[in-house]
Design a protein around this ligand. Structure first.
Ligand code: PLP
Length: 286
């Protein structure tokens, strides 16, 4: 693949560069492409089946579904019971993943935790399990490729800071490890900074160049907030569409807590905006 391009946007009078990983593919884009890089480079014949689990609107689910379709691998995805609303939607990540061939299995809420813990016990050599959200040590290689691209593309620019939002923290962590001469900013979207650090520590030691910016306010993941929608609109008007789940908190933190030149690594997820925008319009009757 060619390097993804850089765009420039101006927000509140500040200029930012954006690494356009959202342009890689409509479904398999952003950091999910980077995290699945090793599997994407794996020959088809190595596996027959991929197993994963997690949320029913997850971007990781859609990316894995797109990869499996391309590889002709079977894809089984375990979730908690799925709402009728989501099952009936003809748009959004769940719908698209099913369309790409994903088989989903609903597990009762009370059994879910234990059930997921047993998934890896009885698997054969033809099957690969991807932990929720792609929080997998194999993500390292793809983020080294990204780091290499960033190094090359910023060679003649005065940029020593990059930013990307966190869910599991896998992306920010491996990017910081591979890009030691840069400051890597991130912000938590699932839980607070200490939970994010815990998640990261399960994968590797956290390097000093990784800076976690704590949001000014406590946010709950995937809940609509007016300031998120405002941020979404502002960046869209500035010329680039970002996702509504992770990007707004990162942009708010960058604008409030940093002042140097920053390269924002677009983490993808734009495919989830349609369903999020509907939730916004229901909640705030736009
Ligand atoms: C998955 C995702 C993230 C979080 O990535 P982690 O590696 O889990 O921290 C951020 N942004 C978008 C758009 C995502 O889909």
């Amino acid at each position: 693949m060619k390097n993804t391009p850089l765009s420039k946007i101006t927000l509140e009078g500040r200029e930012f560069f954006v690494k356009r990983d959202d342009l890689i593919d409509p479904y398999l884009a952003g950091n999910k492409y980077r995290k699945l890089y090793t599997l994407l480079k794996t020959p088809k014949s190595k596996y027959k089946k991929i197993i994963s689990y997690g949320g029913t609107q997850s971007n990781a689910m859609l990316a894995i579904a797109a990869m499996c379709k391309d590889k002709e691998w079977e894809f089984t995805y375990y979730t908690k019971p799925i709402s009728k609303v989501i099952k009936e939607q003809t748009f959004g990540n769940y719908y698209l993943s099913k369309y790409l061939g994903m088989k989903d299995i609903e597990i009762d809420i009370e059994l879910y935790r234990d059930y997921i813990a047993t998934l890896s016990i009885n698997i054969d050599e033809d099957t690969y399990i991807i932990d929720q959200g792609g929080a997998d040590k194999s993500a390292k290689d793809g983020l080294e490729v990204l780091a290499q691209e960033i190094r090359k593309q910023t060679k003649d620019l005065d940029i020593k800071s990059v930013a990307t939002p966190s869910g599991t923290g896998t992306t920010a962590l491996f990017l910081a490890l591979a890009l030691k001469e840069f400051t890597v900013y991130t912000t938590p979207n699932v839980g607070d900074s200490s939970y994010l650090r815990e998640q990261m520590l399960a994968l590797a030691k956290i390097p000093d160049n990784l800076i976690i910016l704590e949001p000014k306010k406590k946010y709950h993941f995937a809940k609509p907030y007016p300031e998120f929608l405002q941020m979404y609109k502002k960046t869209k008007e500035a010329g680039v569409e970002f996702d509504l789940l992770y990007a707004p908190a990162m942009w708010l933190a960058l604008l409030e807590q940093t002042d140097e030149q920053v390269l924002y690594v677009h983490s993808g997820g734009v495919s989830s905006n349609e369903s999020m925008l509907r939730r916004y319009s229901q909640k705030f009757s736009l």
